[in-house]
Design a protein. Structure first.
Length: 244
């Protein structure tokens, strides 16, 4: 016998009473009240509801449509077929990758250096061998290496991980090594107000390895000194000995 109220698929669970009424029911089951010869008995019927699909929200400050279109134009410009299987999703992949490797453009280094602690003494603080990856702004090829960051506190220090995060902020953007070195020092001076800062970056540049002069293994070293590091050569020597 056909039910006067046939059940159809629904994205929400329902409540059925003995009169055939239908009401929303939110705990994942429907309650069906069934009349018997002696009384009404409740039977619980669990309905599988279709999971609601969450829409992906684009919270990026980057223009991903422009990135995807730019990648397509680049591939077409070098003579590639953008519709072949291997390249079909490449524009999307590059757009997502840009979120990661250029995310530092939208980060404030001050947010990492805001949390500070009182210094018991004002001896040199050095965080060395901070690995980083960046992208050369001239050829958009990677350069990567190590950063060594030191400062002489003036009563306040930052958490050690914050020095590494500060390096990351400036690495994750189109960059040149010389500017990145100075930007790290500027951020420490601005937010920690130390007595002095010294920063050294050692990096290999793919624009010298893959193209042009093609000299793999060569490294570029940049340094910057501020405050008491610029005035006291013994502090510079101590720094250099410690990063060896």
């Amino acid at each position: 016998m056909r039910s006067p109220h046939p059940l159809q698929h629904t994205d929400e669970t329902i409540h059925l009473d003995c009169e055939g009424g239908v009401q929303p029911f939110q705990d994942g089951c429907a309650v069906l009240s069934i009349p018997t010869a002696h009384s009404h008995r409740d039977a619980f019927l669990c309905l599988a509801s279709r999971p609601e699909k969450k829409k992906r929200r684009n919270t990026s400050m980057m223009d991903q449509d422009k990135i995807r279109e730019g990648v397509r134009l680049l591939l077409e410009g070098i003579g590639e077929d953008v519709n072949r299987e291997g390249l079909l999703e490449t524009p999307d992949r590059i757009a997502r990758m840009c979120e990661q490797i250029f995310g530092g453009l939208y980060e404030d280094p001050g947010a990492h250096l805001a949390k500070q602690f009182q210094a018991v003494n004002n001896n040199m603080v050095l965080e060395k061998d901070i690995l980083f990856y960046s992208v050369c702004e001239h050829h958009l090829l990677p350069f990567y290496g190590k950063a060594h960051v030191a400062y002489i506190p003036d009563g306040r220090v930052a958490g050690l991980s914050k020095l590494a995060r500060t390096v990351e902020v400036f690495a994750r953007r189109p960059q040149i090594q010389e500017n990145m070195t100075a930007q790290i020092a500027d951020a420490l001076e601005q937010h920690l107000h130390p007595k002095g800062v010294m920063v050294m970056l050692e990096a290999e540049h793919m624009c010298m390895t893959m193209r042009g002069v093609q000299k793999p293994g060569s490294k570029t070293v940049t340094t910057i000194v501020r405050g008491v590091f610029a005035e006291d050569l013994s502090l510079q020597q101590t720094f250099l000995q410690m990063v060896k």
